[in-house]
Design a protein around this ligand. Structure first.
Ligand SMILES: [Zn+2]
Length: 394
């Protein structure tokens, strides 16, 4: 059985892969629970693999043994998807296989086109753009005697960044102490705690400045967390999104699940604010567009800074299979490369993937009423629309 947790830890190997003669299989598959049933995506993967095998048979690029190796990898992926895989919160999964076996699986938060790529190295272009887009949360779990910082992104705790231990005595035997000594001991404990909190604060600030995470969550018993909050450097306070109640020895998945709730609430608020800003500020200033037609046009002109869409959004259109040109209206051929355009009943993933390739920031919102009333999709532009017109007439 394949352990998914272990597989997602191989992401560094994927990103730093040195090409060899042994082909690597990269496979994208849409698995969004809200949109696609298991039966449907297993059908997609079967036909996609059958088609790729056909192509490879005709290409004559690979030797018989290389081809056997590639087919083994495809079969391993198929078996894994059929028998072991559950989508959880992933919209698309990206699977990498080498030497006959799966070696990494990444759960992606966006809907992307299904495809298989066979190359001397993993296909990482989209992954790199997405990783640059993803917010990393530092979770600082603290107690009077120990603390640690965990890095959470894409819904999972990815690594432990740091750990701290204080030499504050865990228990004081008050009964054996004389009353006049008690006060001194207490103040000594408070002094050590003060020292401990100061160290945590300084180290956290260093991690934040080094870009290890973008936002911070405090976790621990309520009284400790509120006490520590006052120690936070103002720069850390700006990045603070909230706290979760936790015991110092809580298991990682408990912390993760509590953090997930907080992060989701925070991100939903941020996204909703962003919709308001797009409609009320950017659009009147001609720095924003709304609706699928205006958004696709801006995307084709590489004007988009941030793409925003409701998750329920769909639209039909035409796509050039050669250069990726997207249009809503039927045209005889692609205006850029003159190849034929193909009809798609849903061009959502084409739009998102094109935006990711251009390095746009991607914001997906869930059932935002205001965005729904304004065409379900929109974008903040890199520069004013009128500036483009002037430039073109020159
Ligand atoms: Zn084209």
């Amino acid at each position: 059985m394949i352990d998914v947790k272990d597989l997602s830890e191989n992401i560094d190997e994927v990103l730093n892969y040195k090409p060899t003669d042994t082909p690597v299989v990269s496979l994208y598959l849409g698995v969004d629970r809200a949109k696609i049933l298991k039966q449907e995506y297993t059908t997609v993967i079967n036909s996609m693999i059958a088609q790729k095998k056909n192509e490879l048979e005709q290409l004559q690029v690979y030797s018989a043994s290389q081809k056997k190796n590639i087919y083994d990898m495809m079969d391993a992926i198929k078996l894994y998807i059929n028998d072991y895989f559950t989508p959880e919160s992933a919209k698309t999964i990206l699977i990498f296989a080498k030497e006959g076996k799966i070696f990494s699986l990444v759960r992606l938060p966006y809907i992307l086109k299904p495809k298989i790529i066979v190359d001397p190295k993993p296909h990482t272009q989209i992954l790199r753009s997405i990783l640059g887009n993803i917010i990393k949360y530092g979770i600082l779990l603290l107690d009077r005697e120990k603390a640690q910082i965990m890095l959470m992104s894409m819904g999972e705790i990815q690594e432990y960044l740091d750990a701290f231990i204080s030499d504050v005595p865990p228990k004081v035997n008050y009964r054996s102490q004389l009353a006049f000594k008690e006060k001194n001991i207490l103040s000594r404990i408070e002094e050590k705690l003060h020292h401990f909190f100061k160290i945590i604060n300084e180290k956290t600030l260093i991690h934040l400045r080094e870009g290890k995470f973008d936002s911070i969550i405090l976790a621990g018993r309520r009284d400790i967390v509120s006490q520590f909050y006052n120690y936070l450097h103002s720069f850390i306070q700006q990045k603070y999104i909230g706290s979760i109640a936790a015991e110092p020895d809580d298991l990682p998945h408990i912390i993760r699940d509590k953090a997930k709730v907080l992060i989701e609430k925070h991100e939903t608020e941020q996204k909703n604010k962003f919709v308001v800003k797009l409609i009320d500020n950017y659009c009147p200033q001609e720095l924003g567009v709304l609706g699928v037609e205006a958004t696709v046009n801006a995307l084709m002109l590489e004007q988009i800074k941030t793409l925003i869409y409701n998750n329920e959004f769909t639209a039909s259109g035409y796509v050039c299979s050669e250069c990726g040109f997207i249009t809503l209206n039927k045209e005889d051929s692609c205006p850029y490369c003159h190849k034929a355009l193909t009809f798609y009943s849903d061009i959502t993933d084409e739009i998102i993937e094109s935006a990711i390739r251009q390095g746009c920031e991607i914001v997906d919102v869930q059932s935002n009423e205001r965005l729904m009333q304004n065409g379900n999709i929109g974008a903040v532009l890199r520069f004013k629309i009128e500036a483009v017109g002037e430039y073109n007439t020159r």
